[in-house]
Design a protein around this ligand. Structure first.
Ligand SMILES: C[S@@+](CC[C@H](N)C(=O)[O-])C[C@H]1O[C@@H](n2cnc3c(N)ncnc32)[C@H](O)[C@@H]1O
Length: 194
């Protein structure tokens, strides 16, 4: 069975940055393999065409075989986990510096609702959600975590004399370039106030 990737959206607000990340995740895993949960009435209409949508939280789907991706988990995700889990769950949380560990809120809610899951890390560094999905997909397709190249903190040029540093861990592609949504680069270029 093909793995299903679930992003539990956090918060009622919906930032353009989140839409860019979710669209990128849809490109990475395919729209039929992606569910965004906890979307609510305000967020769901904006996700049209990029994934399956569930207005309520992930617990409402009553799933089993869930692997929750959490930087603080005791075990790292390994290729052998592909046979063990069907659903790979991530927090739809924007990165923060320093990290606030809001993924813990999701863990506590799942435990309260008696939803069974196991947690796995992708290393200890904080990744944006799209990078975490990219890395998890690579691992369950057979590439061990240690063989994926990452860069901590990337600098994105937004004009001839300005750049923005994104202080998170990004995966690198075969050419050594950060796996980054083109739309995010355009968004950063347009955004004022840096
Ligand atoms: C931007 S991170 C959220 C980190 C955030 N600082 C928090 O409050 O938890 C979004 C999601 O990506 C996944 N993620 C990010 N880095 C990870 C790592 N090193 N290992 C496992 N999952 C990770 C988790 O599912 C997390 O909820």
């Amino acid at each position: 069975m093909k793995p299903v990737f679930i992003i539990e959206h956090f918060g009622k607000e919906f930032f353009e940055w989140s839409l860019i990340e979710y669209s990128h995740i849809s490109e990475i895993v395919g729209r039929n393999n992606l569910i965004i949960t906890n979307a609510g009435k305000h967020v769901a209409p904006r996700l049209n065409g990029i994934c399956k949508v569930q207005n309520k939280g992930v617990e409402s789907l009553k799933l089993s075989n869930i692997c929750l991706l959490d930087a603080n988990a005791g075990k790292s995700l390994a290729p052998s986990d592909s046979g063990k889990f069907h659903y790979f769950l991530f927090g739809g949380i924007l990165g923060d510096d320093p990290p606030q560990n809001r993924t813990r809120e999701l863990i506590e809610r799942l435990k309260r609702k008696r939803i069974k899951f196991e947690a796995r890390n992708l290393g200890k560094e904080q990744m944006p959600t799209d990078t975490a999905v990219y890395a998890a997909k690579k691992i369950i397709e057979g590439t061990p975590l240690k063989q994926i190249n990452f860069r901590d903190g990337i600098e994105v040029e937004i004009s001839d004399n300005e750049s923005v540093v994104l202080p998170y861990r990004y995966a690198l592609d075969d050419k050594g370039m950060p796996v980054l949504s083109r739309k995010l680069v355009d968004y950063l270029k347009k955004k004022e106030g840096f």
